[in-house]
Ligand binder design. Sequence first.
Ligand SMILES: [Zn+2]
Ligand SMILES: [Zn+2]
Length: 308
Amino acid sequence: MVLSLDNSDLTVRVLGCSGSYAAPGNPCSGYLVQSPGATVLLDCGPGVLGPLQEATSFDDLTAIVITHAHGDHWLELPMIHTAYKWFHPRDFEERPIVYLTGQTRWLYFRLSVQRVAIRALYDVGLPSESHYGIVDQLVDVSGRPKPVLKWFWRSLPVGGSLVEDRGSSSLPGQDIKSGSEASIGDQRWRFSRTRHGRTETYAVRVDSVGGRSFAFSSDTGPGWDFRSLGEDIDLAMCEASHSATCNRRSNLHMTPREAVDATTIAGIQRLVITHVAPCCDPDEQTAEASSIFRGSVEVARPGLVLNV
Ligand SMILES: [Zn+2]
Ligand SMILES: [Zn+2]
């Protein structure tokens, strides 16, 4: 079932939008992108599963897109596996595909290997303190499996099945790269790498059948802009993590002015500020952007529904 949509065939619901870590009443990144033919969870940061279930159900989720490997964008993903394994069983082919970067897949693979290995070692009765050393023998510091695990890695389906065995709790995975495109139900997705240090991070664009288009910057520092996602974007959601005067700002994130510049240069008229760090005030970030942007500016908040 997909929600009925008023006067738009594409909506974006904010589940959480706090930058870097959750704020009171605001989980980390998670957005629900809905059209008549698809319901997609865009990022799965800590805390988003509560508001996700207020908006839809696990049974209606078509796909999950994880923009990069930072924990505030994906660390609730293991809980989705738990939900499908124990509470919402579906055939493997009917579970939502997870679109993710190679870095995220490696991190998740390592987590999965440790989980499986520790459980297996408990089963054979080894003392707990020896478990971790054995697991470290299987996986090197970068998360790559050592030769003893190569057979396990080779056994995974193309794109990487995310955890454990195919039959119980794994989700199908698909790697994303710059320029990747994907058809998810009736939504057309494309990806563009941002400037977020050495972390492979992708901004996304979603086009609906009706010709509406939504773009999300994910995390990026200055130097990236929405032109890399093409023309005629109706709504841009751009991160503005820190104010210009914030003493915690870095070149990994944008200020409101930089978000405005990244939007204006692409000719976009509608901007939503998001990923504001808990140390900064969303209203001040919005006011700063509004003072220099010629179009409309809103700020993302949990529960906000945007008709694209
Ligand atoms: Zn982030
Ligand atoms: Zn990040």
